[in-house]
Each structure stands twice: as structure tokens, then as C-alpha cells.
Design a protein around this ligand. Sequence first.
Ligand SMILES: [Zn+2]
Length: 123
Amino acid sequence: MPAFEPLPFPGQGPAQTPSDAEPLIEVLAALARRQSEAFRGHNAVVGGSRVVHAVEEVSWIGGATMPAPACHVGVHGGDPTRLRPTRAEVTCRRCRARRQARRAGGGSAPRVVDPAQLSLDLD
Ligand SMILES: [Zn+2]
């Protein structure tokens, strides 16, 4: 019985064997480094949104860090490439609140409370 051989993707040469293929973790680390470089000194927008977020590095796969909105708003489908750098001023209220809290010396951001939210009676 012949040994299993993976087929190459269309338009590519012979399939790589595991010994010469770049480990996935190295590919992801390179993506993280490229994204971090692209966002250095920049703010960000997510996809086609006009809301501008502050950016901070967050833990990612394999010990790498990846730029993300400081307010931790979701990036559609978890795809970090949907985040685009911009030099525009931050317009996101949560990101602005976090920034103000840090400037005021607070260790953590204040909670953004919706005035319409009801409090729970936990006593
Ligand atoms: Zn934000």
C-alpha cells in the first residue's frame, strides 16, 4: 500500500513535508509581529466601522501579542486582520474612558454603566 502523500494546492509546487514546512506557530508569530509593527503609534478601526479605537497589545496564540481595541470590542470572527490602523483621534467612548482612567492614575478602567441597566440585589 503506498504511503499517504498530501496533494499540493493548485498552482503550487510539490507539497511540503512536515520537516520542511514552516510550523504554524511561526507563521502566526510573524503575523503578530507584522500587525504590532503596523499599529505602533496608531489607533484602529474595525472593518468598515467609523468608530476609532485606541490600541493595546493583548495576549494571542503561542505567547505572542497582537494589537486589539483597548475596549476589547470584538473583531468580527476573531480575524485580527479586520483591524485597520488609522491616525484619526479615538472616538470610542469606552476607549476614551480607559485612557482617562489611566491618566488619572487609576489602575483599571472604570466600568461603563448603561444608565438604563438595572442593578441586581445580591444581598
Ligand atoms: Zn474602543
